[in-house]
Design a protein around this ligand. Structure first.
Ligand code: ATP
Length: 371
């Protein structure tokens, strides 16, 4: 977080001038299932930290959630509402951040299309997540899945985001966003005309000497950037893993958490340490650290001498304790009629304001005729 100062003074997208405004943060989670500890520690916890000193936009990225193909409409709706409620329950404040649903802001789809036309297919085919998911889906893989990172680039660039808090798994997509923004600026930004030294003007003349799109930075947490699966220490914890026991969901009951930790993969070594050769022990100690807020050293003082049989109940206790207030708040939010909808409505209004301006700039720079 220290890399983010309170205000930003970079020249950029002319519609939303970045001069002397608070730095902006944008991020989102796909409503593809229950939010788990990986999403929570890798992303949502940072949403809460960053909202105080940044102008924050946190969305539930439902358009991304359908890229796997053949989703259940009922589950998409439920999962979208649940995800938004978890953001709030985890401490995201609608007073400080705009919380909204991606499909409520049409500019995401429009900018995605415009960026599609400057994004080489070869760049998308190289994405590790695409390759992994496409391998599993075979011939059924959708164009949407290939296009996922361009939609993500549109999400970020619409808000001229300075900072994007994401887990390690999204770093490559962030790099691609930077490349797409750079390519767009080279093709249509005002610097192109300046560099060539021609008297030629960009379509509106408003972009002379300026970039149209702001190139963002990734913000990955030091720990929690990659929480691993409980059943396979070498795979990340993920919503789309068919093995329910591979993840701890933020809304899991204490009994379910105890069962999952009891059954999780271990090794035959006595005592606990953060050894890279022991991915299971390292992952669970990291979870302990994240749930208690303790340093590695403190965790080791407490747990190094424990056997698995002692450590597992201790971990269960700290996970349950950490999640309890979030689960209670979640119930409150879901039981207050109309509250969630009003938060999402308010978030969509603000998000549309900003996103529409950027989209208008992009259309303008590309030479589309004004309405
Ligand atoms: P899916 O399985 O549907 O692809 P996912 O569980 O991988 O979903 P996303 O919705 O793609 O999660 O990601 C939401 C946010 O959570 C992103 O910022 C991502 O980097 C972060 N995240 C996801 N999984 C992990 C993980 N295991 N550890 C840390 N961060 C994670």
């Amino acid at each position: 977080i220290s890399s983010a100062s309170q205000t930003s003074s970079s020249e950029g997208a002319s519609g939303e001038e970045k001069k002397e405004r608070m730095k902006r943060v944008l991020s989102g989670v796909q409503p593809t299932g229950s939010i788990h500890l990986g999403n929570y520690f890798g992303a949502i916890q940072n949403y809460v930290k960053l909202q105080d000193e940044h102008e924050a936009f946190y969305c539930v990225v439902d358009l991304h959630a359908i890229t796997a193909g053949g989703h259940s409409p009922k589950e998409l709706e439920e999962s979208t509402r649940k995800s938004a409620a978890i953001y709030l329950a985890a401490g995201v404040s609608p007073e400080k951040a705009s919380v909204f649903v991606q499909s409520h802001v049409a500019a995401h789809s429009e900018l995605c299309w415009l960026l599609n036309c400057v994004s080489p297919i070869g760049w998308l085919e190289k994405m590790i997540q695409f390759k992994e998911k496409a391998r599993k889906q075979g011939e059924d893989v959708s164009v949407g899945l290939l296009d996922y990172p361009v939609l993500m680039a549109a999400d970020i660039l619409l808000y001229n985001a300075d900072l994007v808090p994401v887990g390690e798994d999204q770093r490559q997509h962030l790099e691609l966003t930077r490349d797409i923004a750079g390519r767009f600026n080279n093709l249509y930004g005002g610097n192109k005309w300046k560099k060539r030294g021609k008297n030629e003007k960009s379509p509106s003349g408003r972009f002379r000497g300026k970039d149209v799109l702001i190139v963002p930075e990734a913000f990955t947490p030091k720990s929690g950037g990659r929480v691993m699966s409980l059943t396979d220490g070498s795979a990340k914890m993920s919503k789309s893993n068919p093995a329910e026991g591979s993840r701890i969901n933020v809304l899991d009951s204490p009994d379910v958490i105890a069962q999952k930790i009891k059954r999780c993969k271990t090794d035959a070594i006595e005592g606990m340490n953060y050894d890279d050769e022991r991915p299971e022990a390292k992952n669970l100690l990291t979870m302990y650290e994240l749930c208690t807020g303790m340093s590695r050293e403190e965790v080791l003082n407490e747990c190094a001498s424990m056997r698995w049989g002692e450590f597992k109940p201790a971990l269960t206790e700290v996970v349950v304790d950490h999640l309890k207030p979030i689960q209670e708040k979640y119930e409150e939010i879901m039981n207050e009629e109309g509250y969630l909808d009003s938060v999402l409505e308010q978030g969509a209004v603000r998000a549309n304001e900003v996103a529409e301006k950027t989209c208008a700039d992009v259309r303008d720079a590309m030479g589309f005729v004004h309405r």
